[in-house]
Design a binder for this molecule. Structure first.
Ligand SMILES: Cc1ncc(COP(=O)(O)O)c(C=O)c1O
Length: 416
C-alpha cells in the first residue's frame, strides 16, 4: 500500500486518505484494528529525511546528501572499550540514571568545556540518545492543552511527541529573520498555556548559531516567565570557528532548564544510543521516574564506550570538524557559483540554501532532483512549513560524493 507521507501540513487530506484506507482495509479483512490505533499516531508522518534517503537506494548511481550523521566510524579506542565491556560481561542493567562513572565523566566534560556544574549523583541522566531524553522530559512536564514554543524551521522529532501528549506546538517563524529567533516575537507567543520552549543551537537544519547578545536577550525573556527550557545542544561540538555558548550558562535559568547532549554527532556514535540530560535535582527526580519506566537504563556496553569517549577522545570532534570545514567550504562555493542564496556554514554538517528563485516547492525540487538526477536532499518543508523555500544538504559525506552531487544539482537547476 503506498501512501504519500510527504504531504506535510495537510492533515485534513491525510485524515480523509487514512479513513479511506481504513474502510478499504476492513472490506478486505486486513489491518482491521487500524481504526482503533491512537489517531495522533495515525497522523504522524514518516520523516521527510528518511523518505528521500530510503528512495535514493534504488538507484545504483544514487548520491545521498540527506545524511544526518557523521560519515566517520566511531574512533577505534571507543569501539575497543565497548567490545571489552561485552567480554567483561558488562551486559546487565546499570543504575537507572546510568553508570556513576559515566555521569562523573559527563560532569567533568561539561565543567572543563563549558564551566557548567552539574552533580553526577542527581543532576545527570544517561539516556538512549538525545531522542529519548526529549521524550522523557516532555512526558514529565506536558499535560493536554499545554503549548510548547519552538523556533522553526527545525528538526522534525519534537512535534510528534508534543502532539502525542495532547499538547500543541507553537512555531516561532525564523525564516524571515535569517533563521534567528526574535526575542520580542518569542515574548509575544508566550501565553498562560505555554509550558516550555525548545531551543536547538547550533540548529538542524539551518546550521544557525546565535550570537551571545541574542542569547542574552532570549534568556532575559525566558527568565521573565515560568516556563521550562529544553536546550538541545547536540551539535555544540561541531562548531567550526567560534566557541559554543550554552543556554545552561545562564544561572537565572538553572532551575528550569534541561540541557540535552549526547555522543551521536560529536563522536560518530549514532548507533550506540548514548545521550544525556543535565538539569536541576528537583526536576531530574521526576524525569528519572519516566525514564526508568520507559527504558530502565541506557545500553550498558554503550555507556562504557561513552566513558572512553569523554575521558580519552575529547579531540575527536575537532578532527571531524576539520573535514566538515573543508567540505562545507567546497559546497558553499559551488552553491554560490551556481547562484544560490546561502549562508556559509559555521556549525553542524548541514547547509540550507534558498531555492525560492526557482519558483518550485522544496518538495518538487527534491522529488525531481531525485528522479531525474538521482541525488537525494531533504526538502525544507520536512522541517515544518517555515522551512519551505529551502533545501537541506548534508556535507557529512566524502568530497567525491559532494562533487558529484553538486555537478548534478548544477545540471538540474539549469533545466528548471
Ligand atoms: C537536533 C537533533 N536533536 C537530536 C537528534 C537525535 O540525537 P540522538 O542520536 O542522540 O538521539 C538529532 C539527530 O539528527 C538532531 O538533529
Amino acid at each position: 500500500m503506498s501512501i504519500n507521507y510527504l504531504n506535510h501540513g495537510n492533515l485534513f487530506t491525510s485524515n480523509i486518505t487514512y479513513s479511506i484506507i481504513i474502510v478499504y482495509s476492513i472490506l478486505l479483512g486486513g489491518e482491521k484494528m487500524l481504526g482503533k490505533v491512537n489517531q495522533e499516531v495515525i497522523d504522524i508522518e514518516v520523516p521527510g529525511i528518511r523518505v528521500f534517503s530510503n528512495r535514493v537506494t534504488q538507484y545504483e548511481d544514487g548520491v545521498n546528501l540527506t545524511i544526518g550523521e557523521p560519515d566517520f566510524s566511531t574512533p577505534e579506542n571507543i569501539k575497543r572499550v565497548g567490545i571489552e565491556a561485552i567480554h567483561k560481561n558488562h551486559t546487565g542493567y546499570t543504575h537507572n540514571a546510568g553508570l556513576l562513572e559515566l555521569r562523573e565523566a559527563v560532569a567533568s566534560f561539561f565543567y572543563d568545556q563549558y564551566h557548567l556544574s552539574y552533580n553526577p549523583e542527581n543532576e545527570i541522566i544517561i539516556t538512549n540518545g538525545v531522542s529519548q531524553g526529549i521524550d522523557s522530559i516532555l512526558r514529565t512536564i506536558l499535560q493536554p492543552g499545554d503549548e510548547v514554543i519552538i523556533p522553526a524551521p527545525i528538526y522534525s522529532a519534537y512535534e510528534p511527541i508534543v502532539h502525542l501528549l495532547g499538547a500543541k506546538v507553537i512555531y516561532l517563524n525564523t525564516a524571515d529573520n535569517q533563521f534567528q529567533p526574535d526575542p520580542e516575537e518569542l515574548e509575544r507567543l508566550i501565553t498562560d498555556r505555554t509550558k516550555a520552549v525548545i531551543l536547538n543551537y547550533p540548529c538542524n537544519p539551518t546550521g544557525t548559531v546565535l550570537s551571545k547578545d541574542l542569547m542574552d536577550e532570549i534568556a532575559a525573556v525566558l527568565d521573565r516567565h515560568e516556563i521550562f527550557v529544553l536546550s538541545d545542544e547536540i551539535y555544540s561540538e561541531n562548531m567550526f570557528f567560534e566557541e559554543h555558548h550554552s543556554f545552561a550558562s545562564y544561572s537565572e535559568l538553572r532551575d528550569k532548564l534541561f540541557l540535552l547532549h549526547g555522543l551521536s554527532k560529536s563522536h560518530a556514535m549514532t548507533g550506540w544510543r548514548i545521550g544525556y540530560i543535565l538539569g536541576p535535582k528537583y526536576l531530574m527526580e521526576q524525569v528519572l521516574k519516566v525514564h526508568l519506566y520507559n527504558v530502565i537504563c541506557a545500553s550498558t556496553p554503550g555507556q562504557y564506550a561513552a566513558i572512553e569517549a569523554l575521558q580519552n577522545s575529547r579531540n575527536s570532534p575537532d578532527e571531524m570538524n576539520k573535514a566538515y570545514i573543508e567540505r562545507s567550504e567546497y559546497v558553499y562555493k559551488r552553491l554560490k557559483d551556481m547562484g544560490f542564496e546561502v549562508e556559509k556554514p559555521v556549525a553542524t554538517f548541514y547547509i540550507f540554501p534558498s531555492i525560492r528563485k526557482f519558483s518550485v516547492s522544496s518538495l518538487e525540487f527534491a522529488e525531481r532532483l531525485l528522479e531525474e538526477y538521482h541525488v537525494a536532499i531533504v526538502p525544507g518543508s520536512a522541517f515544518t512549513e517555515f522551512g519551505e523555500g529551502s533545501i537541506r544538504i548534508s556535507f557529512a559525506n566524502s568530497l567525491e560524493n559532494l562533487k558529484e552531487g553538486m555537478d548534478r544539482i548544477e545540471q538540474f537547476i539549469s533545466s528548471l
